[in-house]
Design a protein around this ligand. Structure first.
Ligand code: GMT
Length: 373
């Protein structure tokens, strides 16, 4: 099949999932065209059957807000016609799904199926905002097929939008042949002492990630044992998080690593991954951690319980319950045997339920089904 993949290029989970899906489909012989305003960061090397098309924007003094979405529609329409695309797969409803529909309108008559994958905040925060709600519902209903990355997101979409369209859950995935715990990683990230526990959090530092809870959990762990916290990512919460670290006197133990393209060496050094989010449709960072044999301490928000099994691959508590999450962390880190058990179970869960070999064929089958309808 010939597939147009429309996604964000930046370090968010939706762009990562779109890019990894495109690469996996290309390996299986499909031709994949990525469309974005910048090269998706995981597409930084050559892959057979993969092409990238940057949306060209005309700058003109009249435009206070340059109409990127219209330029995107134009690029999609041109490409769909020139490459005779079979599928337009929009990752994240706003604006990608709507743009794919408009492009199909522009193409009038060309047979191309539009698939929308809902990733989370496109439903829970952005898409449900009154400023976008009507076009989000329209985008869902007009799609030939819609997927959500967890049962929780599917249910929330149904509740919020009451769509006419059926929504299918297709979980996010990892190629476990490429993502695994690297040896000697603690030395690489500068934490060679085995008795010093390493905790990691990765996100885009938005309020929904509750960075202050991450620091508060770590502060309690640090009181109980030697430990370091590695914070990966950047965003609006960075300054206030740094201020909290300073206030708690944790500067020596908390390391802000900034945005990182390759998180595997960092995760490979970790004893625990922290994800106390307010909302989280899936938690791709947690899945990557588990693939590297790292148990997860998280909130039970959204789709997290579908990824992290409480007591088996990590521990979950109510959003904001810093005391419970830190107690789970301290108890686990003090019990080497239990920690090892959870490490093994975390990796096994990814292999058994979220490997690309299991999930990518579900997308292929879905595309095929939509083409035959
Ligand atoms: O909010 C983010 O973490 C970024 C957002 C995105 O734009 O990619 O992530 C969402 O999609 C990811 C990939 O499907 C999911 O793993 C994240 O859980 C989801 N984020 C939220 O629901 C907050």
């Amino acid at each position: 099949m010939k597939i147009g993949m429309i996604c964000y290029p930046s370090h968010g989970g939706s762009g990562v999932v779109a890019t990894e899906l495109g690469k996996e489909l290309a390996k299986r012989g499909h031709v994949v065209h990525f469309i974005s305003y910048q090269l998706p960061f995981r597409l930084n090397s050559f892959h057979q059957n993969v092409f990238y098309h940057e949306v060209a924007m005309l700058s003109y003094p009249l435009f206070k807000y340059p109409p990127y979405t219209l330029a995107l529609v134009n690029t999609i329409a041109e490409l769909a016609e020139r490459e005779q695309l079979d599928i337009l797969h929009a990752h994240y409803a706003i604006p990608h799904s709507f743009c794919a529909h408009l492009a199909r309108e522009v193409l009038a008559g060309r047979e191309v199926r539009v698939v929308t994958t809902l990733h989370g905040t496109d439903i829970t925060l952005v898409g449900s905002d009154p400023s976008f709600k009507r076009i989000t519902r329209y985008s869902i209903d007009k799609s030939d097929g819609v997927t959500a990355v967890s049962q929780s997101l599917r249910a929330e979409t149904e509740q919020t939008f009451a769509p006419r369209q059926e929504i299918r859950t297709i979980y996010n995935f990892i190629n476990t042949k490429n993502v695994y715990r690297l040896p000697d990683a603690r030395r690489v990230v500068g934490c060679p002492e085995q008795n010093c526990k390493v905790l990691v959090h990765i996100s885009n530092f938005r309020p929904v990630k509750r960075l202050h809870d991450v620091v508060q959990i770590f502060a309690r762990v640090r009181r109980a044992m030697p430990a370091r916290l590695l914070l990966v990512g950047d965003g609006v919460e960075r300054r206030s998080t740094q201020a909290l670290v300073d206030k708690l006197g944790l500067q020596q133990d908390v390391c802000f690593l900034g945005t990182q393209d390759n998180v595997i060496p960092i995760l490979s050094a970790a004893d625990l991954f922290l994800l106390p989010s307010e909302k989280e449709s899936f938690g791709l960072g947690a899945l990557e951690a588990m693939a590297c044999g790292v148990p997860v301490i998280a909130s039970s928000a959204g789709g997290i319980p579908e990824v992290v099994v409480h007591g088996e691959t990590g521990y979950l508590a109510a959003v904001g319950d810093v005391e419970a999450m830190s107690a789970y962390a301290v108890n686990l880190l003090k019990d080497e045997e239990k920690l090892q058990q959870l490490r093994t179970a975390a990796r096994r869960r990814v292999e058994d339920f979220f490997d690309s070999e299991l999930i990518v064929p579900q997308y292929e089958a879905f595309y095929r089904e939509l083409r035959e309808r």
